[in-house]
Design a protein around this ligand. Structure first.
Ligand code: AMP
Length: 116
């Protein structure tokens, strides 16, 4: 069950601020408050879903397509395609998800270490 008191829901409702990178009808992208790389952006759909799987199962195809197209718009905007980047989505307890609103991390700007 989606908890609309989570911090990203509050950001979407503009109850708390964010450092916005891109926004359109279906999605919002902003800088991670605790960056793990020189570039660390979070992308969230404007659709109430807790995890990647819930988003894919519940959202209409046009919403899903628009969200992932906007990920590429941000990649282009940041000019990180040539040097590379990493996309991460943590899901649930085993995935280490902290904020229960589906989001994608875009990490770039340097060689990203850790698990692969
Ligand atoms: P996850 O572990 O995948 O749920 O990641 C949650 C991410 O949200 C972490 O990288 C946090 O640093 C980030 N975060 C938490 N609160 C905020 C906030 N108010 N603004 C921007 N990023 C945030």
């Amino acid at each position: 069950m989606y908890d609309d008191n989570n911090i990203f829901a509050k950001i979407l409702r503009k109850e708390i601020p964010c450092d916005k990178v891109y926004e359109d009808e279906f999605s919002l992208f902003f800088k991670d408050i605790n960056p793990q790389a020189k570039i660390h952006i979070l992308g969230i759909p404007k659709f109430q879903s807790t995890t990647f799987s819930e988003f894919l199962k519940k959202a209409d195809n046009n919403i899903i397509l628009s969200f992932f197209k906007s990920v590429q718009i941000v990649i282009d905007h940041l000019n990180i395609e040539k040097d590379g980047y990493r996309l991460i989505t943590n899901s649930g307890e085993n995935g280490g998800q902290e904020v229960p609103h589906f989001h994608i991390h875009i990490l770039a700007g340097e060689k990203i270490g850790g698990l692969r």
